[in-house]
Write a protein that binds this ligand. Structure first.
Ligand SMILES: *Cc1c(COP(=O)(O)O)cnc(C)c1O
Length: 411
């Protein structure tokens, strides 16, 4: 493994052997042979396990760690995750099906999202999972379904807090939002829950995604805990669960620095003390998607053409934004920046050239890398996009331009 290669890509979670990136202990060229065709996504199960273990080390011992499935709902990944986390958080009945196929106990599964359809709610009630209520109307629908089916529903209230998560890539709380019920309306909603025959579990507060600032996350966690303390007097029953969200980010671009989870953990341990004193029976939960899987996955495609247009070299790949919208810069980014990219079978090649890597779609949006310095690549070489384990395949417009789908593997 050459130092220069690592500095070049900035990524070091995967080792390098004889010019090849190694994933799950297998050299990329060999792995591609095994898969049989490109493009594909590959996720490394050991890296996922390591990530969860490191997180547990840094967090308070009694904190529960949940996996938010929408980041990567591949069934094999969710199965693996079910064995190493304390719960699964879902955003649809489709995700619920995958979650219920795992050994995870329904008591540790919850469903969130605005606009849950009555059928989804009734499926969730029958499954005995916790539903995070996001509106007054939804509350009444749940109560009715619970009554007609004769199954008591387990509910938490998702709160849209008055505060915002600072420095976040995507804000999902604070101000007017479609998510959750405004903090100011909580006394009224809790009073209504008390009048209905529902099993009240607690609160869910999720403020945003892709945050690399330990200070901002800690501040939001502390405010969430204080909010729960201030509302405890209005609750119909003692709190069983307080889900304070997640939002832990991963570095994608030059200048991004990894989140300091030890700092987050230490501060959270302090913030939890007054809550644990008042509500010793309640579990405090964080729910993470991207942070647990994002760095463990790569997207792999192959160069199928190389051409020069007015002095600029283009590598045309057989994969693109239809499989990986985020790498093209069209998933939550304001200004497009290059994801870390490598030529996965030329990791130690020192001869470099400036190239743009584009996908096969007939649109100028289909860019994998814009004017990047990479080892000189030829037709057949493997283009690897790092940091692709979260919000990759299922967050992409797979049908756009009717190209072939791609494979996902867990190694
Ligand atoms: C999307 C989402 C998550 C996961 O967010 P990450 O940034 O991937 O950790 C967690 N909880 C809820 C409610 C979500 O909508």
């Amino acid at each position: 493994m050459t130092k220069a290669t690592l500095q070049h890509t900035g990524m070091c979670q995967f080792p390098v052997r004889h010019n090849n990136l190694v994933i799950g202990g297998i050299a990329l060229s060999r792995l591609a042979q095994r898969v049989g065709s490109t493009p594909f996504y590959a996720y490394d199960r050991q890296l996922i396990s390591n990530r969860v273990a490191e997180l547990r080390q840094a967090m308070p011992a009694d904190l529960k760690i949940h996996y938010a499935m929408k980041a990567n709902p591949m069934p094999a990944v969710v199965q693996h995750m079910a064995g190493i986390v304390d719960g699964l958080d879902l955003a649809s009945a489709g995700e619920m099906k995958v979650a219920l196929d795992t050994p995870m106990h329904p008591e540790n599964i919850s469903l969130a999202g605005p606009g849950k359809r009555p059928q989804e709610l009734s499926q969730a009630i029958a499954a005995n999972i916790t539903i995070n209520i996001e509106s007054f109307h939804e509350l009444e629908t749940i109560a009715q379904l619970s009554e007609t089916t004769g199954i008591q529903a387990h509910v938490s209230v998702r709160i849209n807090p008055a505060f915002e998560l600072k420095a976040s890539g995507m804000k999902m709380g604070g101000g007017p939002k479609q998510f959750g019920i405004d903090e100011e309306q909580l006394p009224a909603v809790l009073k209504r829950i008390k009048a209905l025959n529902l099993d009240f579990n607690g609160f869910h507060i999720y403020s945003g995604s892709q945050n690399l600032s330990a200070d901002a996350i800690s501040e939001s966690q502390q405010k969430s805990i204080n909010l729960a303390i201030s509302l405890a007097g209005h609750c119909p029953a003692p709190l069983k669960k307080l889900n304070i969200g997640g939002g832990f980010g991963i570095p994608y671009f030059p200048g991004d620095t990894a989140l300091n989870i030890q700092q987050v953990g230490d501060t959270l341990a302090e913030s939890m003390v007054p809550f644990k004193t008042e509500q010793p029976q309640a579990d405090v939960i964080i729910e993470l998607g991207r942070y647990l899987v994002g760095e463990a996955g790569i997207y792999v495609c192959q160069v199928i053409d190389k051409k020069i247009s007015r002095g600029q070299t283009f590598l045309v790949a057989n994969g693109g934004l239809h499989h990986h919208l985020a790498v093209s810069g069209n998933f939550g980014q304001v200004i497009r920046k290059n994801y870390p990219v490598a030529i996965g079978n030329k990791m130690a090649v020192t001869e470099k050239e400036l190239v743009s890597i584009v996908g096969p779609l007939c649109t100028p949006l289909d860019i994998l890398a814009d004017k990047m310095e990479l080892p000189v690549a030829e037709i057949g070489d493997f283009v690897v996009v790092y940091q692709s384990g979260a919000y990759g395949y299922t967050a992409s417009p797979i049908q756009f331009l009717s190209h072939p789908v791609c494979t996902e593997i867990l190694v």
